[in-house]
Write a protein that binds this ligand. Structure first.
Ligand SMILES: [Zn+2]
Length: 213
């Protein structure tokens, strides 16, 4: 089997002296994992997390770890490398993608959102990216109107169960059980925790670290 697409290196783990096991988030095929030859510390090739490039992935059998051929075109991590505040967001994005997306399933909207966010990482764009991630994982938050009475004003609560907004009046009796709007990283973390529980994985440390900053 051979798959080709543009992709972003989201993780590299040394394998032996010269190689690495990589995860690459591709535009057309989602997350792929495989060997990246010559990506090790003692090699001349400089593959870096955050590089975007032409990716091809080969595996002889479906179950086999694939082998990558990767031609870097651009380093999306450049601005993040200079700024620790941006770096923690980038690390969290890549860790969430690797942890939560199934392999070889296309998430093209999220791929495009990731490229766009990496070009201008800030707290607001990162939060929007997490809302995109949650939506693609089946946890779309609906903040447009009250889920009970359809009101579009005074939306100050969010239901943890449905992910939908609730107005001040409707929410008053349940205020202790509802999240407060506006949505922030505490809110999205609660939903990410639900997704992780369902998938039987832990919330990535990079995401928890972000919370404690
Ligand atoms: Zn209402």
């Amino acid at each position: 089997m051979k798959l080709e697409s543009n992709g972003i290196i989201i993780s590299l783990r040394p394998f032996g002296e010269r190689d690495a096991v990589a995860h690459i988030f591709t535009e057309s095929h989602g997350v792929l994992s495989g060997m990246l030859r010559g990506a090790g510390a003692n090699s001349k090739n400089k593959y870096l997390v955050g590089q975007m490039g032409a990716t091809s992935w080969n595996a002889r059998l479906d179950s086999q770890l694939g082998v990558f051929h990767f031609e870097a075109q651009k380093n999306l991590a450049l601005s993040a490398m200079m700024d620790n505040n941006k770096l923690v967001f980038m690390n969290s994005m890549f860790a969430l993608i690797e942890t939560l997306l199934p392999e070889r399933e296309a998430y093209t909207n999220l791929y495009n959102a990731t490229v766009k966010t990496l070009s201008d990482i800030n707290p607001e764009s990162y939060l929007q990216w997490e809302l995109n991630l949650l939506r693609d994982l089946g946890y779309a938050l609906d903040l447009s109107h009250c889920s009970n009475c359809d009101a579009e004003d005074n939306l100050i609560y969010l239901s943890p169960r449905t992910g939908r907004a609730v107005c001040a009046t409707c929410g008053e009796p349940y205020r202790d059980k509802l999240f407060k709007l506006p949505v922030n990283l505490n809110t999205t973390l609660r939903f990410l925790e639900s997704v992780c529980r369902q998938q039987d994985v832990s919330v990535p440390n990079f995401r928890i670290f972000l919370q404690n900053k």
